[in-house]
Design a binder for this molecule. Structure first.
Ligand code: AMP
Length: 188
């Protein structure tokens, strides 16, 4: 039996999923695969991917699938993913979720947990305004939240129907969120 742990981390922008996913990855010693981080690094390094993705990221739009799907495929095939992985920021559409299902099947892998960090909209906006990332301007924040509602929230239903979705209250102190997540991922 495989002991891999595959965690899919869902949650709106500003829910704290990046921070929590990084902590969880460290405690489980598995890679934290954040598509947003990969894109931001590519933009900073001005790679081909970065140049193609930049305008989308800056506007708060989703980057086209053709820039991301191959990248996820390659990343999950890396040897360090053999023990498990945490996906943060992917899938962000139902189409990406079904791509991921097919990919995992091809790799004879599977996800173990789907976690959603739930945080009220008013709190999200407050947090994003304070964060000060380059794509955290007022206009981009509004667009990212709308894109989340339109394109990413349906992903919750996708996993909900499969009965694999765990909701965690993300509107509590950071350590309490970590404890709640850890309790789901490492029960007993
Ligand atoms: P994040 O760090 O997850 O908030 O992502 C930052 C930005 O990267 C998003 O606003 C999108 O422009 C882009 N991005 C990250 N993940 C994806 C994805 N799975 N599909 C499309 N665009 C993405």
């Amino acid at each position: 039996m495989s002991k891999r742990i595959g965690v899919i981390f869902l949650g709106p922008p500003g829910s704290g999923k990046g921070t929590q996913a990084a902590k969880l990855a460290e405690s489980l010693t598995i890679p934290h695969i954040s598509t947003g981080e990969i894109l931001r690094q590519a933009i900073t390094e001005k790679t081909e991917l970065g140049q193609q993705a930049q305008a989308y990221v800056e506007k708060g739009e989703l980057v086209p699938d053709e820039l991301l799907l191959g990248l996820i495929q390659e990343r999950l095939k890396q040897p360090d993913s053999a023990k498990g992985w945490i996906l943060d920021g992917f899938p962000r559409t139902v189409a990406q979720a079904s791509f991921l299902d097919a990919l995992l099947e091809e790799l004879a892998d599977s996800y173990t947990f789907v976690l959603n960090l739930a945080v009220p909209d008013t709190v999200l906006i407050e947090r994003l305004m304070q964060r000060g990332r380059q794509d955290d301007t007022q206009e981009t924040i509004a667009r990212r939240l709308q894109v989340y509602i339109d394109q990413t929230a349906p992903v919750l239903d996708y996993y909900g129907q499969k009965g694999t979705l765990n909701h965690i209250d993300g509107n509590q102190p950071l350590d309490a969120v970590t404890a709640a997540l850890t309790a789901v991922v490492t029960p007993g």
